[in-house]
Design a protein around this ligand. Structure first.
Ligand code: ATR
Length: 283
């Protein structure tokens, strides 16, 4: 049992997020809210680290008593090289967004896919089983979500990308896990309406809206942008203009993937609903 006097003298466990750039990250706010809610004493820092300094920065954080890290753009694939162990979902994705330092070892996990699934299926009530899904983009974000989406047994999952080769590599990698195919943006087959279109390109971060296939959107299509912002993202504006049933930004995925990381580190999963509400109100 602890009382306030022991809590005050307890060393605070350190966590943080490493990215480049990272100043825009909302993770410190989210983890502070989780910690308050679950009565955990933690400190969570923003750590801007360039790619060539990544390994040194991670090892230094570990050596100086850090307990865990979130890893964000552009380090998610690179960091797999420094992990002593990786979860199956991180190995399958070839990307890590959560590190836990356990017994002197670096353990990598990836909570992006489960975060997206929880937001879609639990928070937003989107049915994935039997759905026709279109993912736009074929970078690290797509790698993290294809496996978990296929586990939900969609009817089809198509990856469309500006560069066909990158989409094809991901489709080939996951082909034994489900019905996944690849194509270019401009040749997305639209004979079957898409139930769900997910934007996983980084185009919006640069304020760009590439020539996404508007004919793929019907008035039953749910559009989801992995990106989020204070204002509607270029993709969410595009989706509304194309006539989507609903267009949602990735605030929910952000909070859900953070909750999964928090659970890995602290053994307790926070209630995401109030935090998501607070984040989107603040936005
Ligand atoms: P990552 O580091 O995750 O791989 P990235 O290289 O920035 O991220 O790209 C993520 C995705 O966004 C890629 O699919 C990229 O398309 P290409 O594979 O053709 O490079 C896509 N993307 C980025 N900017 C884009 C733009 N302006 N138009 C279309 N696609 C874009």
């Amino acid at each position: 049992m602890t009382d306030d006097s022991t809590a005050a003298t307890t060393t605070v466990d350190r966590y943080g997020v490493m990215g480049y750039p990272v100043s825009h990250s909302r993770s410190p706010v989210i983890h502070r809210l989780f910690a308050l809610q679950t009565n955990q004493h933690i400190q969570y820092e923003l750590l801007q680290v360039s790619p060539e300094k990544l390994e040194t920065a991670i090892r230094q954080f570990q050596r100086t008593g850090g307990k865990g890290l979130n890893i964000t753009v552009p380090h998610k694939a690179d960091v797999t090289r420094f992990c002593d162990h990786m979860s199956e979902r991180a190995s399958t994705a070839g990307a890590v967004n959560t590190l836990a330092f356990q017994g002197g070892e670096i353990v990598g996990d990836n909570t992006d896919g489960i975060g997206l699934l929880r937001d879609l299926a639990v928070n937003l009530g989107v049915t994935l089983e039997g759905a026709n899904i279109l993912i736009l983009g074929a970078g690290g974000a797509t790698r993290g979500i294809v496996g978990p989406l296929l586990e939900m047994q969609p009817q089809s999952l198509r990856i469309a990308n500006r560069t066909l080769g990158k989409a094809q590599i991901i489709a080939d990698h996951f082909s034994s896990a489900g019905p996944v195919t690849a194509c270019r943006f401009n040749v997305v087959p639209v004979s079957e309406p898409y139930d769900l279109i997910i934007n996983a390109t980084s185009a919006g971060l640069k304020g760009e809206a590439p020539p996404y296939p508007a004919a793929a959107v019907s008035n039953n299509t749910f559009c989801y942008d992995l990106a989020y912002g204070l204002k509607p993202t270029p993709f969410s504006i595009w989706a509304r203009e194309a006539g989507a049933a609903r267009s949602v930004m990735g605030w929910g995925m952000l909070v859900e993937q953070a909750a999964e990381s928090f659970k890995i580190w602290r053994g307790v999963r926070p209630d995401t609903a109030p935090v998501l509400k607070q984040m989107t109100i603040a936005a």
